[in-house]
Design a protein around this ligand. Structure first.
Ligand SMILES: *Cc1c(COP(=O)(O)O)cnc(C)c1O
Length: 213
């Protein structure tokens, strides 16, 4: 996988050190995360609060950064703020309000919905500035940039090109918030070509996820 990422990075004429690889370990047991850590993985991603909390607690002695990448309920936010090093799913100001209660610094990515379906995760593009401003005015959150999931029904290269434009809008407000969290198992190469800085890769590294209910 690292070789495939390196190849896509070279083709995009970018440098490997511009990219952070987050291994998404959702549905896999803590023992797998421990093995990944032994292999040198430091950034892991989870999308369900209860599962993330349990693993982060069990593996608290390891040198890992926990990235929360799923939808986060407002009432779970304060607890997530205790273990999460980064939250990639900042999609509404109320969530920022809830996270801002804590005293740990957390990296924040504003998630943007790249579809026209408001039921999908992420803020609508016309909310980008107000949401970014709210994060910039928070105490606990550090605005890192934008995040998105490519729509299944669209060419990921086109969707990620749009995301790059949204990233430009965030950087117009905060030049240091230049991170782009994008790229999964099937579209990381397109994401790298469009400037992604944080890849969130699951199955290509962990294998098929165990069955879940
Ligand atoms: C599960 C998940 C991933 C990883 O997906 P793969 O296709 O297994 O690489 C990335 N981002 C988010 C938000 C996810 O929920």
């Amino acid at each position: 996988m690292r070789a495939d990422i390196a190849e896509a990075t070279r083709r995009a004429d970018r440098e490997p050190d511009e990219l952070t690889l987050i291994v998404v370990t959702k549905f896999h047991p803590a023992s797998l995360v421990r093995e990944l850590c032994a292999l040198g993985v430091r950034d892991v991603g989870e999308n369900r609060h209860q599962e993330a909390q349990a693993k982060a607690e069990e593996l608290a002695h390891l040198d890992l950064r926990w990235h929360f990448v799923g939808q986060l309920q407002t009432k779970k936010a304060r607890q997530a703020a205790k273990y999460a090093h980064a939250i990639h799913s900042i999609d509404r100001t109320r969530l920022v309000d809830a996270l801002d209660d804590g005293d740990r610094a957390i990296d924040a990515f504003v998630q943007i919905n790249l579809t026209d379906d408001p039921g999908r995760g992420g803020a609508a593009p016309d909310e980008i500035e107000s949401l970014a401003e709210r994060v910039l005015n928070s105490r606990a959150l550090r605005l890192r940039g934008v995040m998105a999931v490519a729509p299944i029904e669209e060419d990921p290269a086109r969707a990620f090109a749009r995301l790059r434009g949204y990233s430009d809008r965030v950087r117009a407000l905060a030049p240091e918030a230049d991170a782009i969290s994008a790229g999964m198992t099937h579209d990381y190469a397109e994401a790298i070509a469009e400037g992604a800085t944080h890849l969130r890769i699951g199955t290509a590294i962990t294998g098929k996820r165990p069955e879940h209910g």
